[in-house]
Design a protein around this ligand. Structure first.
Ligand SMILES: [Zn+2]
Length: 302
């Protein structure tokens, strides 16, 4: 999965006093675009929001890389320390000097949709990008207190934002969700989303609601999306999914009762029961979904 970057090590401790060295990696976002370079980089690849995920397999040639602080420090007015990977420190650049945006192209960089880099290499840099994007969205969306509207400031010890007027303390927001591999022993229930650019096979998935256990979410989502009941819910693995601010909990669950599917056509375009031989999905080394489908085929299917 994307977060599995061993032997490299992700260190998410927050160090409030860190300042960027010249070789620090800089993440610069503009809406859903990140400033990047890669071999054969030929200017900005603007991809419409609605078709970005369909280009996930359109991997740029060569390793993806981001600007180093030393290359752009003349243009930088404000930054935030994010995390490090194997001692390589990542900073979020939040403000530039001057009225207009620096001429990034002159420095050899261009903005690219973050989703288009999902399958790029090396993996630790893509993981850093998605994690940095999650933090970027949280900082951007919490510049003002949601309770009283005042401008927030960064806590001096924790990765948290504080309101100077009402005392509101805002921690990074992570949205938990479940992914469910529903099976009857010899068949796995696979689905396809409706109205999304991702056209590949998926599993039942959905966000956890307030007041709900993960197991309750599994039962509710399975029933809502395909109209079947499940039992013997067992936890498999989890995945931070910075691309949409989520945190995924993967479960397998056994069909309980009739296997007749009643499709939620708002959410899904299709759902069906597949034997191991019929499943062509392979583990892409990125997503929990593909990891779970491949694992079921290899270890659980009878
Ligand atoms: Zn406030």
């Amino acid at each position: 999965m994307l977060q599995d970057i061993l032997p490299k090590k992700y260190d998410n401790n927050y160090y409030p006093d860190k300042t960027p060295a010249d070789d620090a990696v800089c993440l610069i976002f503009k809406d859903s675009y990140v400033l990047t370079g890669h071999e054969e980089c030929e200017g900005t690849r603007y991809i419409p929001e609605e078709s970005a995920s369909s280009l996930e397999k359109d991997v740029p040639a060569g390793d993806v890389f981001f600007p180093r602080y030393g290359q752009i420090k003349e243009q930088v007015a404000e930054y935030r320390y994010l995390f490090s990977i194997d001692g390589e420190e990542y900073f979020l650049i939040t403000h530039y000097k001057g009225e207009s945006e620096p001429d990034w192209a002159a420095l050899g960089y261009a903005f690219e949709h973050y989703k288009a880099l999902r399958h790029a290499k090396p993996k630790d840099r893509v993981f850093a990008l998605m994690t940095g994007y999650h933090l970027h969205c949280w900082y951007r969306d919490n510049a003002h207190c949601g309770r009283c509207g005042s401008t927030t400031f960064h806590d001096t010890r924790l990765r948290a934002l504080r309101c100077p007027d009402c005392g509101n303390l805002i921690f990074p927001r992570i949205s938990p969700a479940v992914i469910v591999g529903v099976h009857d022993g010899s068949h796995l229930l696979m689905t396809k989303y409706n109205g999304r650019d991702y056209k590949g096979y998926a599993l039942i998935a959905g966000f956890i609601e307030i007041g709900e256990s993960a197991e309750d979410t599994v039962r509710r989502e399975v029933f809502e999306e395909v109209g079947v009941q499940v039992k013997n819910i067992s936890y498999y693995a989890s995945q931070p999914w910075g691309m949409d601010g989520g945190f995924l909990l993967g479960f397998y669950a056994q069909l309980d009762g009739a296997d007749r599917i009643k499709l939620d056509r708002e959410e899904l375009s299709m759902a069906g029961w597949y034997t191991a031989d019929e499943i062509t999905v392979e583990d892409d080394d990125i997503s929990l979904t593909s990891c779970m489908i491949a694992n079921w085929k290899k270890n659980i299917a009878k």
